[in-house]
Design a binder for this molecule. Structure first.
Ligand code: SAM
Length: 338
């Protein structure tokens, strides 16, 4: 029962819902979490699978949301994740011609347990996966993630490919003086393994407040480094945030997500549901809409839909990183859901 698309005050239509299924993680990436002292949400505050499915269903059926990404924290540490995937994989969105089509369902993971979980996720209806990997060097991986699991992640990427997940995208956050010397090696890795590398500009969402604009490696620098070794041609940009480039020799493509140097706020179509049921219209939003309270107090689907629409209607124009008016959100990336 499509009522209307989710439009904000700037005319942006929202079709992409990012759902964090947990704030917990089995890594402690330096740019995301402190080494210790994280306070996890009590389990009673985390949405159940039934609650998540209900919000997702309202967004898909009422507003034509057609893309759902499961994230965290680390989504694979949530018990029985395939059961949630199975519920969400049944959602159908109106195709505009009187019929319906499946939604695009994907998972963002650090990949460390994919060898074990990928087959069950595929059986449950998952089609594609994004794996986060910021370095190919073991010592550096240990330093960055505070875990010695590079081999597991590399094996997890192979497992995802073997299980038939396609495409497998590998996301790397590039940080000056940390891993910026590995951009070409990682591009080569993507070409060899048949996975699409996406380089992400580091954003001010770390728990330790280490971010500064001097530590951001911008898109131009990343693309120039890769193109000097593997010539590239730009691909015309669609609605997705990544700027994409094709390898001139035909061996796939590479992308950059330039959230800091070329923010894509004007075409942003994303909303986010945190693990504790707070809806955010922007990654950097300082206000949240409490859907859990509605879900647990007997609200109808109409009331839920109205709350979602109100949240999106109040979305601001852009995140303002780098400007004096920028305010860091209270929560870090792992607590919001990246
Ligand atoms: N644990 C999962 C994973 O590793 O993909 C999902 C959650 S993680 C928070 C999602 C993505 O956010 C990862 O690709 C991670 O590298 C990215 N991320 C975390 N902090 C970031 C920051 N400050 N700037 C840019 N990306 C960040």
């Amino acid at each position: 029962m499509l009522t209307a698309p989710l439009v904000d005050g700037y005319g942006r239509i929202h079709r992409d819902l990012r759902i964090s299924v947990t704030d917990r993680c089995n890594f402690r990436c330096t740019y995301c979490m402190p080494v210790e002292g994280m306070t996890w949400l009590p389990r009673s505050e985390v949405l159940t699978f039934e609650e998540i499915e209900r919000v997702a269903r309202v967004c898909v059926e009422r507003f034509g949301v057609d893309s759902i990404r499961l994230t965290g924290g680390e989504p694979t540490v949530r018990a029985h994740l395939p059961a949630l995937v199975a519920k969400l994989a049944t959602l159908r969105v109106a195709d505009g011609e009187g019929g319906v089509r499946p939604i695009d369902l994907a998972l963002t993971t650090n990949g460390a347990t994919l060898r074990t979980v990928a087959p069950a996720l595929v059986d449950a209806g998952l089609r594609r996966v994004n794996v986060s990997l910021d370095t190919l060097q073991r010592d550096r991986f240990v330093e960055l993630t505070r875990r010695d699991r590079l081999a597991d992640v590399l094996d997890g990427i192979d497992a995802a490919l073997e299980a038939g997940l396609a495409p497998v995208k590998v996301n790397a956050v590039v940080m000056r003086g940390v891993n910026d010397d590995e951009v070409v090696d990682m591009a080569a890795f993507g070409r060899e393994r048949g996975v699409t590398m996406r380089f992400i500009e580091w954003m001010p969402l770390d728990a330790d407040s280490q971010w500064s604009d001097r530590t951001v490696v911008g898109q131009d620098e990343i693309v120039a480094a890769i193109a000097a070794v593997f010539p590239l041609d730009p691909i015309v940009r669609g609605s997705e945030p990544a700027e994409r480039f094709a390898y001139r020799d035909g061996r796939g493509e590479v992308g950059v997500i330039p959230s800091v140097t070329r923010p894509f706020c004007s075409t942003c179509d994303r909303i986010r549901l945190t693990a504790d049921g707070q809806l955010r219209a922007c990654l950097f939003a300082v206000e949240e809409t409490d859907l859990r309270e509605l879900l647990r107090s007997g609200a109808s689907d109409d009331e839920l839909a109205a709350a979602v629409a109100r949240c999106v209607a109040g979305k601001w124009a852009g995140h303002m990183i780098g400007q004096v008016t920028f305010v860091r959100p209270r929560r870090s990336m792992s607590q919001i859901g990246g």
